[in-house]
Design a protein around this ligand. Sequence first.
Ligand code: ASP
Length: 364
Amino acid sequence: MTLRSAVMLLGTAMMSSLTGAAVLLASGAASAQAGKPTVAILATGGTIAGKQPDPNAPGYKAGSFSIKDLETAVPQLKDVATISGQQVANIGSQNMHDAVWLKLLKAATETLAKPEVAGAVVTHGTDTIEETSYFLNLTLKSDKPVVLVGAMRPATALSADGPMNIYNGVVVAGSPQAKGRGVLVLMNDEIHYAAEITKTDTTHPNAMKSPNRGLAGVCDTGKCRFFSPTEKRHTTKSEFSISNDVTELPDVAIVYAHANLSSDLIEAAIKAGARGIVIAGVGDGNMTDPALDALGKAAKDGIVVVRSARVGKGVVKRNIEVDDDKLGFVAAQELNPQKARILLQLALMKTKDPGKIQKMFMEY
Ligand code: ASP
């Protein structure tokens, strides 16, 4: 299938799936005529821009279509916003790394500073969408809406989910109600706060969940509503900022706990230069005695140790089965290991004091 025919197929699929939607959109589109918001799309790749070499066989390549293709595939975007676009990267988000985060942060900062831009949509792979959204949530200094969208099915798939996610994302990014809520992720008609969202299924379109505090809101073909605002600090209220000369973030390793965990991986992480270690603990952030001893020693040597949990839900509190006070550890609270890693990276740019870092884990 050529790229052009794939895009046309995608556009046709979107048109037919939105036949009923046009009615729902009519009032929004009518009022939009008077002054449609300008929404910037920052594209980074992912399955939402993915292409199957053979639509009848499994397998696809993430980050195959450009931002222009995505815009062409969803002509309904013109009804709800004036779109401007920028291709920041075109990668599978399993390859996300510091340089792209920093480039994206810069691009979003510059775009949102323009008075005519109401908000931004970031198209992104779903593998690490929870990480990029949380990174931006902590570092972006703007209260304008920023909405990350992805897709579980490639753009050329039957019943691709990307077009609706982009459409809803643009509506939310252009909406005054989304202002000041921090960075959001929109997938499968659901709006998530960046600190909450996590991917819970390898392939299902309903993969994204906010397991601790629940959804930020819901959408139905461009009709979106918000629930409670988040209590977490973010964006303009965040103490973290990254200047343009920063090229990489501090090295923080995640060690995954399991039965019979030895100290080997912890020692290897330290040897490789980790300034912080997040343990994805069993249960309530627990681990074997050899791991505990190795991390206790690391903490004494000035490496910041954060206890998170591999279970996917719940709160890791201080001093339950592990004596955090004695060992000098930080308890991750609600943050899963991959988000705890990001907060620790940013924290380490300011301090190594576990007490101060614990306070950050209470607030973000
Ligand atoms: N591997 C893809 C990515 O994260 C998966 C997806 O987008 O759903 O880029």
